[in-house]
Design a protein around this ligand. Structure first.
Ligand code: MV4
Length: 496
């Protein structure tokens, strides 16, 4: 492979180009009229404008992007995430044009794009799934029969859905008929497919996903898990690896199931198998994402691998250069998504100019971003402007380092999720690793952001002391002043 077109924009386009450059592969950016001055356009060896700002007239024009690849003499197309990345027809067209699609086969994308087909494929490997239906729901009578086994509440899900779209919770039988009707019409509207199915509703789950890599020679391995429970309206905000709730045995069992799911659709490339994990640590397969994900850096930080390089080698026909036994987790990584949204105002998207934009630096800090100071954040695309990732030898060091990096990050001109991250990382349930997908709904209010630094520091100091005392024998504990005097670190000056 000598030249690749990156069919994406922003931070992920830059992320992909960096790995390509390290491999001696030339890059072609395709960009919209709104993105002409973006760093990914400047960074690429070549750049071609493909249309006006709206993605329907630029980043979603598969045929145009394939034409650019042919005109520039590229060998392959990397789709990034979003846009065309999980479009089976696009993947097929790329291949039909004699180019390499840096991702799985069109057939794998197609199977996993249908939740029901994915569940059916996974079932033949005995992968655990939430009790419910495995075929499209045909009638209310069928639903009532299923509920006799599962009990209420249940969840109606659209087979073509994903990321929470087209889901409805049903609490009792009297609502069943109406909710099925609404779910089907919603699914038809959103996805052009009214197939829905039922699952028993898991009330307070964790969302844990397993990264897998498969090559085109039948080898497939897992790269451990990412804990993605801190999310709001199906938008993840904090991700970490590893999860603080898994034991080595459960991790290995989930990893094996994830590889089985991948094998069930002859998967190659990088993929992610999503699971729900309940309070008893039972895990259930949900769906598979057939792309590189936003949160892939936390996996890179704990495995030492470059997932984009692995994707490129696999697409080029290479064999996985390691076995499962050779892989291990090194330390801990936590990522905060920095979005142009106002956490104090219901996370409403904020647009405008990045008046100040100064990145944090230092040991163990990684910033994957796509803008520079002085640039406007366009309204047309995803509001994520950067990902801030901290690595530590253990979870507590990663957490403290991420907090330190948040403090160093200086952004003015637009509201961001940085204050949310600072708040979240200092909450007792987060510090203890004791949270589920309800974390934000349960604990977060706009008022929480008003808490002064000193209050948060005091709470953290008290908790840290409790944790320390519970881990140390009473005879080893030195007398601690309880007269409310501040310990020294609380009075530390910030570096600014
Ligand atoms: C569930 C569930 C509870 N029970 N399925 C949401 C996204 C999609 N991938 C699946 N989702 C869920 N499926 C059953 N049977 C709860 C969710 C869910 C969720 C899952 C992962 C992360 C965040 C979530 C937030 C709300 C609901």
């Amino acid at each position: 492979m000598k030249k690749i077109v990156v069919a994406n924009r922003g931070e992920i386009a830059l992320r992909v180009m960096r790995s390509a450059r390290e491999m001696g592969i030339a890059t072609v950016a395709v960009f919209s009229e709104a993105d002409r001055a973006m760093p990914f356009v400047q960074y690429a060896d070549e750049a071609v404008c493909i249309g006006p700002a709206p993605s329907s007239q630029s980043y979603l024009l598969g045929d145009k992007i394939i034409a650019v690849a042919q005109q520039t003499g590229a060998d392959a197309i990397h789709p990034g995430y979003g846009f065309l990345s999980e479009n089976a027809k696009f993947a097929q067209k790329v291949t039909d044009a004699g180019l390499i699609f840096i991702g799985p086969s069109a057939a794998s994308i197609e199977v996993m794009g249908s939740k029901l087909a994915a569940k059916q494929a996974a079932q033949s490997f005995g992968v655990p799934m939430v009790p419910g239906t495995e075929t499209p729901l045909r009638s209310v009578e069928e639903a009532k029969e299923v509920v006799k086994k599962t009990g209420f509440p249940i969840l109606i899900k659209a087979s073509a859905g994903g990321g929470g779209k087209g889901m409805r919770v049903v609490q009792q039988e009297s609502e069943l008929e109406e909710q099925i009707r609404m779910a089907k019409s919603e699914a038809l509207n959103a996805f052009g497919d009214d197939a829905v199915f039922i699952e028993k509703y898991v009330g307070a789950p964790r969302h844990i996903e397993i990264q897998v890599l498969g090559d085109q020679h039948g080898n497939c391995i897992y790269l451990f898990e990412r804990e993605c429970s801190i999310q709001r309206r199906h938008q993840k905000l904090i991700e970490e690896a590893p999860s603080s709730c898994l034991t080595p045995a459960i991790r290995a069992a989930m990893g094996k199931c994830a590889v089985d799911v991948a094998r069930a659709c002859n998967y190659y490339g990088a993929g992610t198998v999503e699971f729900l994990v309940d309070e008893q640590l039972n895990f259930y397969f949900l769906e598979m994402n057939t792309r590189l994900q936003v949160e892939h850096p936390v996996t890179e930080m704990i495995t030492g691998l470059d997932l984009v390089k692995e994707q490129i080698r696999i697409a080029d026909g290479g064999k996985l250069p390691f076995t499962q036994e050779e892989l291990q987790i090194n330390g801990h990584a936590i990522e905060l998504r920095i979005c142009a949204e106002d956490p104090a105002n219901n996370f409403l998207p904020d647009t405008g100019k990045l008046e100040t934009y100064i990145r944090p630096q230092g040991y163990g800090v990684r910033v994957d971003d796509g803008y520079e100071q002085g640039m406007d954040i366009p309204i047309y695309y995803d509001p994520m402007i950067a990902k801030l990732i901290a690595w530590g030898a253990n979870r507590e060091e990663a957490r403290e380092r991420l907090l330190r990096a948040i403090d160093e990050y200086q952004v003015t001109g637009i509201k961001t999720t940085l204050p949310f991250g600072k708040w979240a990382l200092q909450q007792k349930p987060f510090i203890e690793g004791n949270f589920d997908t309800n974390f934000i709904g349960k604990y977060f209010t706009a008022a929480a952001l008003d808490i002064k630094d000193e209050d948060a520091a005091k709470a953290a100091a008290i908790l840290a002391e409790q944790l320390w005392r519970s881990a140390v024998k009473p005879s080893q504990v030195a007398p601690v002043s309880t007269n409310g005097e501040a310990s020294q670190w609380k009075q530390r000056k910030t570096w600014r």
